[in-house]
Design a protein around this ligand. Structure first.
Ligand code: ATP
Length: 368
């Protein structure tokens, strides 16, 4: 566990939080501009000193105001990747990678270079690299300092969309292979959906939600972040197999078959699905003459009126239970009244669209 108890007073801002985050997987730190994300990670890495509190990684104390402990940044064994790569322009990529390297073993160097696919860049200089390549080198440099954790402050911020997606694929590969815990600051929920296992939501210097991505995504504090048309449930399903004729993959969602566009994962792999509330319609009986492939029996757990949502009036949201998973469905108040839907009722959720947020999540289970 990474245990945080941080108080930091600035002229117009105070950071005041107590939170634990896991020392495995990727933890996203999210919140609006000025919420205190950078202040928090700077306190963890030792770039700013809190007024009081303590910061621990496992049993290692990085900071404890009452015990007078305040390790210098270089004593904390934290790899830091900034928005801009901050490479040394006069050094080759190989020299940048070796700068501050605590890894004498060349196997580790080769592994990091190969995972980040930067072997062909070793003799080049930063000015000759693309933004994405620079960031990969910066990540490699941070990893070769043999950190106990890696902190990334919006590493994709300066990249265009295709390069961003490319970097995310590399980050997933790293997380699945190296098992270095990552604290990842991002403004992009799409990025967080693909990468994160856990999420810490900050507002005005305080933690308003902290837990698994699955739980935080479905929590009330997340609501204002998702406009009605973006509201969605995150669920985990398991790959069963491919359709013999059509380019579709069958998943298992809490014992229910679910068909999605073909995914490149083996049977038994876990995938994270995002299902938008606007993509679910409700039927009281199962229809056999519909184009919709995915019809999931579920129970209405609760019905929230439009007034309690940041959604358009005239709509309400059903929270549906499917085994241990939850789906959300936006329907009109009119449909709710006409169908006479009630909490506790069994209905059929008809899923028009299902998107894969992230492929094989198997490493989550190994780590946690
Ligand atoms: N050195 C400083 N002196 C005074 N105030 C500061 C200092 N650094 C940050 N702040 C203030 O602290 C608050 C939190 O800033 P911080 O950079 O931690 O937010 P953030 O969530 O990372 O924002 P962004 O998403 O815009 O990067 C802001 O109001 C900022 O103006």
């Amino acid at each position: 566990m990474i245990a945080l108890d941080v108080s930091l007073q600035r002229e117009d801002f105070s950071l005041s939080l107590i939170a634990s985050i896991p020392s495995t997987g990727i933890t996203a730190v999210f919140g609006r501009s000025g919420a205190g994300k950078t202040s928090l990670i700077n306190a963890i890495s030792g770039l700013v000193t809190p007024d009081s509190g303590s910061i621990r990684i496992g049993s290692k104390v990085l900071f404890d105001s009452s015990a007078g402990v305040n390790l210098r940044p270089e004593q904390r064994r934290i790899g830091y990747v900034f928005q801009d790569a901050r490479l040394f322009p006069h050094m080759s990529v190989a020299k940048n990678l070796n700068y501050g390297s605590k890894v004498s073993n060349s196997d580790k160097f080769n592994e990091v270079v190969s995972l980040l696919d930067i072997g062909g860049l070793l003799s080049r200089y930063p000015n000759d690299l693309s933004g994405g390549e620079k960031q990969r080198v910066a990540i490699g440099r941070a990893l070769l300092s043999d950190p106990e954790i890696l902190i990334m402050d919006e590493p994709t911020a300066s990249l265009d969309k295709p390069r961003r997606q490319e970097l995310i694929s590399y980050l997933l590969r790293l997380a699945q292979t190296l098992h270095v815990p990552v604290i990842y600051v991002s403004h992009s929920l799409d990025e967080i959906l693909q990468l994160a296992d856990h999420m810490l939501l900050l507002e005005k210097g305080e933690v308003i939600a902290n837990g698994s991505l699955h739980d935080v995504w479905g929590s009330l504090p997340m609501r204002p972040w998702l406009a009605a048309k973006e509201q969605s449930a995150l669920v985990t399903a398991m790959v069963v197999g491919s359709h013999p004729v059509y380019a579709m993959t069958q998943l298992d969602l809490e014992g229910q078959p679910l068909w999605v566009t073909k995914v490149d994962e083996n049977a038994g792999a876990s995938v994270r699905l995002r299902i938008f509330a606007n993509d679910i319609s409700i039927a009281k009986t199962r229809s056999n003459d519909t184009s919709i492939r995915n019809v999931i029996p579920s129970v209405i757990q609760s019905i929230e009126s439009a007034t309690s949502l940041s959604s358009e009036s005239g709509y309400c949201q059903l929270v549906l239970r499917v085994g241990n998973e939850t789906l959300l469905a936006n329907i009109t108040q009119w449909a709710l009244d006409e169908l006479g839907l009630l909490e506790g009722q069994e209905v059929y959720a008809q899923l028009k669209g299902v998107s894969i947020a992230r492929g094989d999540l198997a490493h989550d289970h190994r780590n946690n």
